[in-house]
Design a protein around this ligand. Structure first.
Ligand code: ADP
Ligand code: MG
Length: 189
């Protein structure tokens, strides 16, 4: 069990009433983890606060319960691990866990633009995981915008190709749950 989730959230805590693009039936299918057994990737897209990280963690916890090896990293953490692997033992250990995982959750994929070295390192990792593990990616950018963020167009295409080849894309576009359920400091009249 390697996950390192930023917090614990379960599928039972996931409220579907605001989700137009995810039905109860689809959620049940995700919970059954067939996608994981078949090395399918999941891509959760949508603006901030719609539940992308929550759903990823909940599915990750489900997978751990069923005996799968799971790791969770943010894209920022992943890039710094990849860049320090040569000379940091800690990065080596963590990356070896990622490479050996059945499920790798990469949160906030395209938050920032990558330089060419980062894109190349990321490509090598994706290439290693390809058809061996499942990946859950969350992003606030749609895949057609990933190209420009990945810097190098050729590398971007190769990465996209491998990730999207066997992937289920879920658009979570509803109004932010965080905003709707925020606690106001004002007493309502
Ligand atoms: P995102 O990763 O899309 O920015 P999060 O998953 O971090 O959003 O969700 C923000 C907060 O709102 C979290 O505390 C999460 O548990 C809660 N949340 C978001 N969507 C839902 C939902 N559908 N049901 C229950 N809680 C939700
Ligand atoms: Mg998030």
């Amino acid at each position: 069990k390697w996950a390192k989730f930023p917090y614990h959230k379960t599928l039972t805590e996931f409220d579907l009433s605001d989700q137009t693009s995810l039905s109860k039936r689809q959620l049940t299918q995700l919970q059954e983890l067939t996608w994981l057994e078949q090395q399918y990737n999941l891509i959760f897209l949508g603006p901030s606060g719609v539940g992308k990280t929550h759903l990823s963690i909940a599915l990750g916890m489900e997978a751990i319960q069923k005996g799968f090896q799971v790791t969770f990293v943010t894209m920022g953490e992943l890039l710094s691990l990849l860049k320090t692997e040569e000379f940091t033992r800690k990065a080596q250990v963590q990356l070896n866990r990622i490479r050996a995982s059945d499920l790798v959750i990469i949160d906030d994929l395209m938050y920032m633009a990558m330089d060419q070295r980062e894109a190349t390192l990321f490509f090598h990792l994706i290439n290693h995981l390809y058809e061996r593990s499942s990946i859950i990616l969350t992003s606030n950018k749609s895949p057609d915008q990933w190209g420009e963020l990945l810097g190098d167009e050729g590398v971007a295409m190769a990465i996209l190709d491998r990730i999207l080849h066997r992937a289920e894309v879920v658009h979570m576009n509803e109004a932010s749950y965080r905003m709707k359920h925020r606690q106001s400091m004002f007493v309502s009249e």
